[in-house]
Structure formats: C-alpha cells, structure tokens
Design a protein around this ligand. Structure first.
Ligand SMILES: Cc1cc2nc3c(=O)[nH]c(=O)nc-3n(C[C@H](O)[C@H](O)[C@H](O)COP(=O)(O)OP(=O)(O)OC[C@H]3O[C@@H](n4cnc5c(N)ncnc54)[C@H](O)[C@@H]3O)c2cc1C
Length: 444
C-alpha cells in the first residue's frame, strides 16, 4: 500500500501536538519539529533549581480547563491521559479576612443549577445578586445572537446591563480576567459572554474545573506518544525559514538540516510567523500580548486545606494547592502591574496578601519561592480581533497554520490551541482529497 503524504509540523505546543495526533491517527506520517528539548510550549513544566534546595519540577504556570473544553478533553482521551486531570465541582471564593463562600451545582437543571449556592454567596449583597442573575439571563439570550459583541468591550456590556460595582469587581471580573487573560475594559464582550454561556449556562457539568494532577509535560511524554506510530519528534530543532517557490512550500530548514515534506503546518506563536514565512500575506498588526504571572511558594508547614480558591479584592486572583498545603501556586492574569516589579517585591506582595486569606501563613516559614513572568502569555482578546484571526489554510497550497491565535472562535486557551490543531489537520487532509472531521462541537 502506498504511504500517505508526509507532514512537517513546526512547533510542539498543544496546537502542533493536536495536529500531529489527528494526522497520525489518520495514518499520515508526521514529524513535529520543536525548538526546545521538551513539548507543551506555553503549557509545560520543567525543573527549577534557583528556588533554593533540590531541583523541583514546576508548571510554567498552573493550567486549568473547564468541562466545556470538549476538544482538549478529547485530546487528553486520545493520548490516554484523561485520568490525570482531576475535576472539581466546588469553587471557593474568599474575601480578605478569610470569609469563604462556595459555589457548586445543586439539583435544579441548567441554567438554574447554581441557584441554591448562588443565593448563599456572602461576598455579594442581594442587590448585587439580582443584577448578576439578570446579567446571566442576558448572556443566555444574547450570546451567539447579538451582532456587535465583538465591537464592544465586556466593561461596556456590563455598564449597559447596569451591574453594581461590587458585582463587576467580585463576580464578573474575578471569573473573566482569569478565563480570557484580559481586563474587562480591553476584552471583547463576545469572549466574556462565551465564558459564561459555555462554562456556566450551557449544561450543569460544563463549569467543573479540571486541574492536572501531574506536571504538565508528563501529559505529553514520549511514553504517551508510543501508541501513535506515525508521529515522530525532532527536539531542539528550531526551524529557521520556510522556502516558498511558485506558490508552494518547497522545503524548510533547521540550523543543521533541511526538512522535506508534502505539507507543512506552522504551529508557532503569532509573533514568530513573519520571521519563518515572510512571504505569507498576513496582517497581524491587530495582535498584541497580555501577560500572566505565576508565583510558587513553599512553606515549612501546611497553610491551607483547600485544593484551590479565588481570592477577592487583591492582586493575586487564584491559589492552587500543589502539595499538602505547603506548596502553593498563585496566579495573576493580565498582570501588567507586575511586569516591572522586581521578583523579591512580587514575593513580598504575595505573602502579604495571602496572610489576609490564610491566617496560618503568620506562623509558617517560607522555604523557597519562584516567580514566572510570562510577558507573552497570550494574545489580547480585544474588540475587532476576531475578524483578523487567520484561518488554518493560507495563500500557499501546502502550508497551514495552527495556534491558539488562529481562527478558532475561542480566546487563547489550551482548548483554542487544540481546536486550531484539529482544524489544521482537517485542512491538510482535505488538501490530499480526504474528508475527515476531528473538531468536536461546543457543549450545548
Ligand atoms: C502563564 C500561562 C498560563 C496559562 N493558563 C492557562 C489556563 O489555565 N488554561 C488554558 O486553557 N490556557 C492557559 N494558557 C494559555 C495556553 O497555554 C496557550 O493558549 C496554549 O498552550 C498555546 O498553545 P500553542 O500550541 O498555540 O502555542 P505554544 O504553546 O506557544 O507552542 C508553540 C511551540 O512552537 C515552538 N516554536 C517556536 N518557534 C519555533 C521554531 N522556529 N521552530 C520549532 N519550534 C518553534 C515553541 O517552542 C512552542 O513549543 C496559559 C498560558 C500561559 C503562558
């Protein structure tokens, strides 16, 4: 039997890996060229030694998913690692001073499944809650129907819906800044509504939060890929340039070898594309970055029993308990205020804020700390960007794009990256005359 055409995937982040998985499962020989010595791109883990003591493996930043991430969950299932994602049904909201509220589904069907716990939330007043409830009703009716949602910001939309300042700060902002990695006054309302529609309203399970129980890189280890005989990896293989001749990619080069394949999928971040393929007619001027800061703290004793919590009214937005309440990972999304702050000050600020939520911190000794500032964490999901996100096909017949920034309909997330990879794989197969679907629809 003749072998299927070969595909070179450039970039071993989730977009490239999803492309490779889909094509490999269809029997197409794929080689993934990854610049770094490990896979996962922006969703990965590595050992750090600079934190004092022995080397310890950390995620570059805590990555979480919701059950509405249908394609990411499918990707984990196909890799055989879905049992390494632990799903939580409770969300813990803590106010400075330590007062806690828990949000979880009750017995009523969607979209009323939160009604019971929502009424008990202590960080919102009755007036705030009435406003939020009417806002959520508006999400249900406007998402996917209202034409201007990509032209206005989420802050505009919340003003239009007359949300109280406290509901904006403690409810809408608290959920959305982390989910979309952008401030409300910069984020397109389309993405804000999408998060609440798919995550909170579409069905009663879709809000459940998945947290990997292993370091991120072990979700895509060599052992995991063993079942995909058609997929090969070339590590430390930074592609330098793609050679285009007569409207067609002829070859590509790494620093030490040429690459020849029948099709090429460029699965690198948007800022790398014009260097690798300067001939591509893409206007990426509307794209910019939004940063995320992750802070790891290790204490000499347990400071909390909670698995995770969202922290209100402060810089730190989320706490994840990585081990026994002693190793905490804190996350600040859209962290522009921290990018210039020296690491020592970031740690000091984190300790000060945490002690307002977890009183045991006062007795605990900080044993080590590590700060990861991802300045180019994600693209900024500003109004007007959706129409400028390119599709996975390009002006060149055997060149395709994947990446969280391409046209997926999702903000920059692992789900968006996997979607782009599945769509790129579908486009590659179409080019070779085969129709096969990989993309799963949104939850409904
Ligand atoms: C700090 C942080 C926290 C986040 N938290 C979450 C979260 O909780 N939930 C969520 O869903 N998403 C989260 N995200 C977003 C998510 O990580 C990304 O959307 C997703 O991983 C992007 O995948 P990608 O494959 O499109 O790009 P990338 O992961 O950037 O992959 C691109 C790959 O291409 C490689 N590459 C670049 N140039 C070359 C070259 N010339 N040759 C070969 N290889 C090259 C890179 O090394 C990289 O491995 C977070 C991101 C960050 C940074």
């Amino acid at each position: 039997m003749a072998e299927n055409p070969s595909v070179a995937v450039i970039g071993g982040g989730l977009a490239g890996l999803a492309t490779a998985l889909a094509l490999g499962s269809a029997g197409y020989p794929v080689t993934v060229y990854e610049a770094r010595p490990f896979l996962g791109g922006r969703a990965t883990s590595y050992p750090v030694t600079d934190a004092g003591g022995d080397a310890v493996t950390i995620d570059n930043c805590q990555h979480i998913l919701l059950r509405c991430c249908t394609n990411l969950i499918d990707f984990y299932q196909r890799l055989g690692v879905s049992d390494r994602i632990h799903f939580y049904r409770e969300f813990y909201w803590i106010e400075p001073g330590g007062r806690m509220s828990v949000m979880k589904r009750g017995r009523l069907p969607a979209p009323l499944h939160f009604t019971g716990s929502f009424t008990t939330l202590r960080f919102l007043s009755p007036a705030d809650k009435i406003g939020v409830a009417s806002g959520l009703l508006a999400v249900k009716y406007e998402y996917g129907k209202r034409a201007d949602l990509d032209r206005i910001t989420m802050a505009d939309w919340l003003r239009e819906k007359k949300q109280t300042p406290r509901a904006v700060e403690r409810f809408w902002r608290q959920v959305l800044v982390s989910a979309v990695n952008e401030d409300l006054d910069r984020m397109a309302a389309a993405h804000g509504l999408q998060v609440f529609y798919l995550g909170f309203l579409a069905n009663s399970q879709s809000y459940e939060m998945g947290v990997p129980s292993v370091p991120l890189a072990s979700l895509y280890s060599a052992e995991v890929w063993a079942r995909y005989e058609y997929v090969k990896f070339a590590y430390r293989s930074a592609v330098q340039q793609i050679q285009i001749e007569n409207g067609h990619v002829h070859s590509a080069t790494t620093s030490d070898s040429p690459i020849k394949a029948n099709a090429y999928v460029l699965a690198v971040p948007f800022e790398r594309v014009s260097t690798l393929a300067p001939e591509l007619p893409l206007d990426l001027s509307a794209f910019s970055h939004s940063p995320i800061t992750g802070i790891h703290l290790w204490f000499d004793r347990s400071v909390t029993d909670l698995p995770h919590a969202t922290l209100l009214d402060r810089t730190i937005q989320w706490m994840y308990n990585k081990q026994d309440g002693r190793h905490l990972q804190l996350v600040v999304s859209a962290s522009r205020t921290l990018t210039e702050m020296p690491r020592g000050e970031v740690i000091e600020m984190a300790l000060k804020e945490l002690s307002e939520f977890f009183p045991k911190i006062a007795q605990a000794k900080l044993e080590r700390a590590h700060v990861v500032k991802e300045i180019r964490a994600t693209f900024s999901a500003v109004p007007g960007l959706e129409a400028k996100r390119p599709p996975q096909t390009t002006a060149f017949s055997n060149l395709f794009l994947a990446g969280d920034w391409t046209r997926t309909g999702w903000p920059a997330t692992m789900e968006g990256a996997v979607r782009s990879g599945y769509l790129a794989a579908e486009a590659v197969l179409k080019r070779f005359g085969t129709q096969q679907k990989f993309l799963l629809p949104d939850v409904g």
